[in-house]
Design a protein around this ligand. Structure first.
Ligand SMILES: [Zn+2]
Length: 279
């Protein structure tokens, strides 16, 4: 296997794309699965609705509140079952968010995620403009909500990332001299769903320079050229992309991935040792 290499192609607040080299499929898939379901994040889990004059049922409002992404601090908060309070609820494992609003205007009033007042200024909705409900004039809403850390394997509201995917790094190879018929070349240019082929000034078939960034290995070019164009996945090289709603920054997310991975391998070794002792 080639030495480990990592090249970041794109990084913004909500998306990161990088190329990895020298990492096996198994390892890449473990990273994907841990990102999807094993990173704890904050989400509202308990709600007390003291007053609800809105047209929506309490259950619908509760469901909406549960799905609001909250900024998470993994250094301060503990998982309820690991907390000294044994999950009963204390400042180390729980954050309260309250909302008490009376519509004193003469028009219907929208209530947004930003109207939730948190007892920890670091644990707030990532976006203050997520609509929750609309109330009519003189109507009132009083809500008490409690957020805790949890895992996406138990409920999707605790998912740390919005999307995570990887694909092989594609290598597309062909000899331009093998393509003589202009109509066939035009057809090949047209058939690629990502429009990665083009014709040069002298009508020769050419691949766009950074084709590998968009190629999805759909094999359309290979099928339509009777195999004269070859699409080969480069071994142990992957393009990995992660989209986040902003609950945790990417550096914290990836640090946590390897922490969880190490915990799992340690647990596996321990279980193996126990088995050996038994036999
Ligand atoms: Zn606690």
């Amino acid at each position: 296997m080639s030495p480990l290499k990592l090249d970041v192609l794109k990084k913004s607040e909500h998306k990161i794309i990088f190329v990895t080299e020298g990492v096996s499929t198994e390892m890449i898939n473990s990273i994907r699965r841990i990102l999807l379901s094993e990173i704890p994040v904050m989400a509202i889990d308990e709600i007390i609705i003291l007053r609800n004059d809105s047209p929506l049922y309490d259950e619908i409002i509760s469901h909406r509140l549960g799905l609001i992404p909250l900024k998470t601090d993994l250094d301060v908060y503990k998982l309820p079952h690991e907390c000294e309070c044994l999950g009963y609820g204390c400042p180390l494992c729980q954050v309260s968010l309250t909302c008490e609003i009376t519509n004193t205007t003469n028009a219907p009033l929208d209530i947004y995620s930003g109207d939730l007042i948190s007892n920890d200024p670091k644990i707030v909705p990532v976006d203050p403009y997520i609509p929750i409900v609309k109330i009519d004039k003189n109507d009132k809403i009083i809500i008490e909500a409690y957020a805790i850390l949890g895992f996406a394997k138990n409920h999707a509201k605790w998912q740390a990332v919005s999307n995570v995917a990887y694909r092989h790094y594609p290598i597309v190879e062909f000899d331009a001299n093998e393509f003589k018929d202009l109509e066939e070349k035009k057809k090949l240019v047209k058939m690629c769903p990502k429009k990665l082929f083009e014709l040069t000034n002298n009508d020769s078939l050419k691949l766009k320079e950074d084709y590998w960034k968009s190629c999805t290995l759909c094999m359309s070019c290979e099928k339509n050229s009777n195999g004269r164009i070859k699409v080969v996945p480069k071994k142990d090289v992957y393009i990995f992309s992660v989209e986040s709603d902003g609950v945790l920054p990417f550096d914290v997310l990836f640090r946590k991935v390897f922490e969880v991975f190490n915990e799992k391998t340690d647990e596996f070794v321990l279980k193996l040792e126990e088995l050996e002792m038994e036999s």
